[in-house]
Design a protein around this ligand. Sequence first.
Ligand SMILES: NC(=O)c1ccc[n+]([C@@H]2O[C@H](COP(=O)([O-])OP(=O)(O)OC[C@H]3O[C@@H](n4cnc5c(N)ncnc54)[C@H](OP(=O)(O)O)[C@@H]3O)[C@@H](O)[C@H]2O)c1
Length: 248
Amino acid sequence: MLNFSASLNALQNKTILITGAGAGIGKAAAINFAKHGATVILLGRTVKKLETVYDEIIEAGYPEPAIVPLDMKGATKKHYQDMANTIISQFGKLDGVLQNASLLGHLEPFKQIEEDIFNEVMQVNLNSQFLMTQALLEALELAPQASVVFTSSSVGSQGRAYWGTYSISKFATEGMMQVLADEYAGTKLRFNCINPGATRTSMRAKAFPGEETSTLKTPEDIMPLYLYLMADDSKEENGKTFVAQPKS
Ligand SMILES: NC(=O)c1ccc[n+]([C@@H]2O[C@H](COP(=O)([O-])OP(=O)(O)OC[C@H]3O[C@@H](n4cnc5c(N)ncnc54)[C@H](OP(=O)(O)O)[C@@H]3O)[C@@H](O)[C@H]2O)c1
């Protein structure tokens, strides 16, 4: 699946929502899903970035995307319910969700973690994903096959000093995915995680400011796994965490 080669119509007739679609991995995923035939719903907090992705998709001749400007820090249950209702009335169903948007917060000793930063990271990385996923279940159940992909990290399965808040949020993300996968086992809904590994984005640069970036994989390099998990080829996969860059 790391070398999965998707046919250009692998995601045809699918509607897929991507959070954090304006930059980094989310942007690459949105463009790649559209390239393979999906109508993508671009969710993010910076409208200008979403519009740039929208323009790239239109210029390439892929299906016209939709834009949902939303700051997951302040969004409420009602925002997600309204969004889900709009998706059902506009598209009739939802075939995929890539829960990708996240904040890194501060890397610091546990003793120094500030409550407001902890709460902000949890709000974006966990609480909002819970509310959004819960609101979207009805739309997902209307699809013939639906895939929800959460985004984890190496520190989502092994804690690491100074990565406190982010690491805890990713452990919780893995837990949410596993709970959902177990509840929906044997249905047409599936839930998995991707751990992208070190990838050349602004989040990586913030975490490792002095790092030589030229050797890092780009978001584009890791797209085969994202395409695999959105395509029907992965319909038997459920409850797993896929590592995009396994250590050899
Ligand atoms: N890059 C890596 O090495 C790496 C490694 C392991 C895991 N990951 C995970 O991979 C995912 C993508 O990360 P990335 O590296 O692509 O990061 P990124 O370049 O920083 O992109 C993160 C995206 O999330 C959006 N976002 C942040 N806060 C938001 C909010 N409150 N509401 C809506 N959108 C918000 C950002 O929007 P703006 O652009 O508008 O700020 C941006 O589009 C994350 O879940 C990250 O934890 C990345």
